[in-house]
Write a protein that binds this ligand. Structure first.
Ligand code: GDP
Length: 470
C-alpha cells in the first residue's frame, strides 16, 4: 500500500471516531438545540461518506476496478454472442421466447431478459417467437401496441437463427414438461411452477469472485448484460441516441439522473413522491461529491418522467440547477395508450440517457428506473452504489427470494423489531432507508424490522456451464 492509502485510512478512522464522540455527547442531550445537532451530525456523516469514496479510489483502485469490470463485460458479451450465433441453427439447443407479455417497455424488456438468462444458463440460443416481427408493447386495453415494425425497427437482431431454421415439423416443447428437448418454449415467469435456478438474483460461479470483489450488486451487473445485448441499437436508433446525448454535456462534471414515475403507477403499484423528495437526495449526492472532490460542484440534473409537468416545476423551484431532459420524451403512460413509434423512441432515449448519468435518484418500483440503473452498470463499470431509490430495494420481477444473512446478533427493542442470531437467514421485503430493513427471519418465522448494518447479502451463486472463467 502507498502512504496515501495509509494516510486516508487513518483519516477515515479518525473521522468515524469524531462522529461517534459528537453523537454520544449531543444526540441525547436535551440542552442543545436538536436542529443544530442534527445538522452538524448530518454534515459530519456526509463528509465521511465523501472521504470513504475518496479512500476507495486511492492507488488507482478505481481504474483497476473499472478495467476489471470492463473485462468481465467483454467476456460475458462475447460468450452471449457466441451462443446467439451457432454454426448450425437446426442442431443448436434453442429457447423460444414468447413476446406477448402485455405490459410497458421496461416490463417487456425485463421479460425478454428473463427468457435470455434462462436460455444462457442452459446453453440455449434465444430465439424470439415470430422472429421478433410480432413484437408489440401492450399497455392497457384496448390493445394498440407500439413498434408496429417489430424488434429490428430499433434494435439489432438477437440471433442469426430464425424460427423456421430451428423448428422442423412440430413446434417447441414447453420447458416445464421436457427440459431436455432441443427446442423449448418458456412460459412467462408468473405462470412457472418451477423457478429456474438461473433467474436473478443468481449470478455465475465462474466469475463470482471477481464480481463480488469489484461490484456492490453482482446480480444487477449480471442481468444487465442481457439487457445490454438486447438493447444494442440499429443504425438509425444509434443516430438518434447520439443526437439526444450531444444535447447534454455529460463530460463536464457529474449529472444526476432523476426519473419520476407517476401517472398510472401512483396509487396502484407505487406511492406518490414529490419533486422535493427527489431533489433532497440529489442535493445529498452533490454534497458528498463536494466533500470527495474537495471543491464546489455545479448542480446539474437530467429529468426523465411520464409526467411532463415536472419540467416546469423543476425549473421554477430550482433555478440554480442546470436542468436537462426532453419534455417531448415523456410518455404519459396512463393517457397515451396509443403507443406509437415516437413514444417508443422517447422511453428508449430516456433510459439510455439515465444510464449515462453519474448517479440516479428514482423509485426502483419503476422498471424504467431499474433499467437505467442496470444499463449504467455495463456502460460505466462503476461500483453499483450510485443511486438512491425512494422506495424498493433493487429487484428483478419474478426473482428467486432475496436473502440476507445476519452477521451480528440483534435483540428486538420494541414489538416492531425482530431478534436475530449470527447466521440467521432473512428474506428481505424492503429497506426503509432509515437504518432498518423489514423482512422474515427464516429460522423463527417472525416478520419485522432489523438494523440493516447487522446483515450482509446472501449471494445466490449458481453454475452457468456456458460461461467459462475469465
Ligand atoms: P413501470 O410501469 O414504471 O414499472 O415501467 P414500464 O416500462 O413497464 O411501463 C411504464 C411505461 O410508462 C413505459 O414503458 C413508458 O412508456 C412510460 N414511462 C414511464 N416512465 C417514463 C419516463 O421516465 N420516460 C418516458 N419517456 N416514458 C416513461
Amino acid at each position: 500500500y502507498s502512504s496515501d492509502h495509509e494516510k486516508l485510512r487513518k483519516m477515515l478512522d479518525d473521522r468515524i471516531i469524531e462522529a461517534f464522540f459528537y453523537a454520544k455527547k449531543y444526540v441525547g442531550d436535551n440542552k442543545t438545540d436538536r436542529k443544530s445537532v442534527a445538522n452538524h451530525l448530518e454534515n459530519q456523516l456526509l463528509s465521511l461518506i465523501g472521504l470513504s469514496y475518496q479512500f476507495s479510489e486511492v492507488d488507482q483502485a478505481e481504474e483497476w476496478r473499472r478495467k476489471s469490470l470492463a473485462n468481465l463485460t467483454q467476456h460475458i458479451q462475447t460468450t452471449i454472442d457466441r451462443i446467439q450465433n451457432p454454426s448450425n441453427c437446426s442442431k443448436a439447443k434453442i429457447l423460444v421466447c414468447n413476446l406477448d407479455k402485455q405490459c410497458g417497455f421496461g416490463c417487456q424488456l425485463h421479460h425478454v431478459a428473463y427468457c435470455f438468462v434462462v436460455a444462457f444458463g442452459e446453453g440455449r440460443t434465444l430465439v424470439m417467437e415470430g422472429d421478433g416481427k410480432e413484437w408489440r408493447i401492450h399497455f392497457g386495453a384496448p390493445y394498440t401496441g407500439y413498434s408496429h415494425n417489430g424488434w429490428t425497427s430499433t434494435f439489432l437482431p438477437v440471433t442469426s437463427c430464425t424460427v423456421k431454421d430451428v423448428i422442423a415439423g412440430s413446434g417447441p416443447v414447453n420447458w416445464e414438461s421436457d427440459r431436455s428437448a432441443r427446442v423449448v418454449s418458456l412460459p412467462i415467469v408468473d405462470s412457472l411452477r418451477i423457478l429456474p435456478s438461473y433467474l436473478p438474483l443468481s449470478f455465475p460461479s465462474s466469475i463470482s469472485d471477481q464480481l463480488i470483489k469489484f461490484h456492490t450488486n453482482p446480480p444487477a451487473f449480471f442481468i444487465a448484460q442481457f439487457l445490454w445485448y438486447l438493447m444494442r441499437s440499429n443504425e438509425e436508433l444509434q443516430k438518434q441516441l447520439n443526437e439526444a446525448k450531444e444535447k447534454i454535456s455529460f463530460s463536464q462534471g457529474p449529472i444526476v439522473g432523476v426519473q419520476i414515475r407517476r401517472t398510472d403507477k401512483v396509487g396502484t403499484e407505487a406511492a406518490f413522491h414529490s419533486l422535493e423528495e427527489y431533489m433532497e437526495w440529489t442535493e445529498i449526492y452533490f454534497k458528498v461529491e463536494e466533500s470527495r472532490q474537495g471543491k464546489k460542484v455545479k448542480r446539474r440534473i437530467f429529468i426523465a418522467t411520464d409526467d411532463p409537468s415536472v419540467f416546469k416545476e423543476a425549473k421554477e423551484k430550482y433555478p440554480s440547477y442546470e436542468i436537462f431532459g426532453d419534455e417531448g420524451n415523456a410518455n404519459t403512460a396512463q393517457l397515451d395508450r396509443r403507443y406509437t413509434d415516437s413514444s417508443l423512441l422517447g422511453v428508449i432515449t430516456d433510459i439510455q440517457l439515465l444510464s449515462h448519468c453519474s448517479h440516479l435518484v428514482c423509485t426502483f418500483s419503476s422498471q424504467v428506473c431499474r433499467m437505467g440503473y442496470e444499463l449504467a452498470q455495463v456502460r460505466q463499470n462503476t461500483r453499483g452504489n450510485e443511486f438512491h431509490s425512494l422506495d424498493d430495494v433493487y429487484y428483478f420481477g419474478g426473482q428467486q427470494a432475496h436473502e440476507q444473512v445476519a452477521i451480528e446478533k440483534h435483540v428486538a427493542e420494541n414489538d416492531r423489531e425482530i431478534d436475530m442470531e449470527v447466521g440467521d437467514l432473512l428474506g428481505i421485503a424492503g429497506n426503509h432507508w432509515d437504518g432498518f430493513s423489514k423482512g422474515t427471519n427464516r429460522r423463527t418465522g417472525k416478520v419485522g424490522l432489523y438494523p440493516s448494518y447487522k446483515v450482509k447479502e446472501n449471494w445466490r451463486i449458481v453454475d452457468f456451464p456456458a460461461l467459462p472463467p475469465l
